[in-house]
Design a protein around this ligand. Structure first.
Ligand SMILES: Nc1ncnc2c1ncn2[C@@H]1O[C@H](COP(=O)(O)OP(=O)(O)OP(=O)(O)O)[C@@H](O)[C@H]1O
Ligand code: SF4
Ligand SMILES: [Mg+2]
Length: 330
């Protein structure tokens, strides 16, 4: 995406904290997260498994598992000059808001089609739920266009059940379904995991094409950083519930500042080149119920200082919209 000098913010996450009650205590999965998503961008969200990517994505639409709750924070969506406070929307309005303004393709969503309902009925049910009077032919017309965009044959796919499709086909059908009400923002949670490498590449190229054609804003979640090099404008890196670094793709890959981002990049074969240079992430992942005090990365950090063990670093702009939460830069 080409940025104009003044970028418009579509979504702001402000001080979001999400917790779960578990037998061992309280697990804070998202910890005081601030994040702006610009209109028209593809924002990548990356980090190790369990760092809070999915919980954050769900909370944007006020979806939290029954044993969890949003402890603090606001999610503001800007639509035609109006600010919508998502977490305060009454249930009925929130239901309409999902799909119409923001749609989400859940992680492992390839199995999220109802197995006893044909794909065409998923399209009809989704649209009729939001726009009661719309004729079925109109829904099919739109579904056909969207399926074509993801290189699926509507005549074939609309009459199928999910078990009749391959993983890649299901993922593409879901992408088409998520666009049916023309949302302004689409959240894709691990859209390429559980697929073979070629299908992954194909899905990413289709998403890129859709983004270029429609300009829809996307949050692309993955634990697979190299995938983001292909599609993202900016990348946010999460560690144990915190966003520790945000910058444009080039900066994240070529000038990473946070020691965790640096370690993450060194642990990825396709980024570092020679296999001998590969370095696994240092030390074990801390217990999320009892995270380390101060900077949560300090037990694994080669640059830790005394202050790191007692004071949590703030996410600060170190210039050129490059944000880092690390005492080395405060
Ligand atoms: N319902 C729940 N109850 C208890 N803990 C939960 C619940 N849902 C998520 N968690 C915990 O919250 C943390 C963040 O989970 P989340 O699913 O967001 O991770 P993730 O970054 O999406 O990981 P992955 O890359 O594996 O998808 C993890 O420690 C996870 O175990
Ligand atoms: S704050 Fe300290 S411990 Fe944390 S990443 Fe920076 S240097 Fe390392
Ligand atoms: Mg996840």
């Amino acid at each position: 995406m080409k940025y104009s000098s003044k970028r418009e913010i579509l979504l702001s996450v402000k001080g979001l904290t999400v917790e779960f009650r578990i037998p061992r205590g309280i697990l804070r999965a998202v910890d005081n997260v601030y994040l702006d998503v610009y209109k028209g961008e593809v924002l990548g969200l990356a980090g190790e498994s369990g760092c809070g990517k999915s919980v954050l994505a769900h909370a944007i639409l006020n979806i939290v598992d029954p044993n969890g709750y949003i402890k603090d924070g606001k999610i503001i969506f800007r639509d035609n000059g109006k600010e919508i406070d998502i977490l305060s929307l009454p249930k009925g309005r929130l239901r309409r808001f999902r799909w119409e303004k923001i749609s989400i393709v859940f992680q492992g969503a390839q199995n999220s089609f109802n197995p006893v309902i044909k794909i065409k009925d998923h399209f009809i049910d989704t649209v009729v739920d939001h726009r009661r009077r719309i004729p079925t032919e109109k829904v099919f017309e739109e579904a056909e266009k969207l399926l074509k965009q993801v290189r699926l044959d509507a005549n074939q796919v609309l009459g199928m059940y999910q078990h009749e499709m391959s993983g890649g086909m299901k993922q593409r059908a879901l992408m088409a379904l998520s666009f049916i009400l023309k949302p302004k923002l689409i959240i894709l949670d691990e859209p390429t995991s559980a697929l073979d490498v070629l299908t992954q590449k194909y899905i990413v190229s289709l998403l890129k094409e859709i983004h270029e054609k429609t300009g829809v804003t996307m949050i692309f979640i993955t634990h697979d950083l190299p995938v983001l090099a292909e599609i993202a404008d900016r990348i946010a890196i999460m560690y144990l519930g915190n966003i520790v670094e945000i910058a444009n793709v080039r900066k994240i890959f070529y000038e990473p500042k946070h020691p965790y981002t640096q370690a993450l990049l060194k642990s990825i074969p396709s980024i570092v080149g020679p296999i001998e240079d590969l370095q696994p992430l240092p030390g074990p992942r801390p217990d999320p119920v009892h995270p380390p005090p101060g900077c949560k990365f300090h037990p694994r950090c080669p640059h830790r200082m005394e202050i790191c063990t007692r004071e949590a670093p703030k996410l600060v702009n170190i210039g050129d919209e490059h944000y880092v939460a690390c005492h080395l830069y405060q």
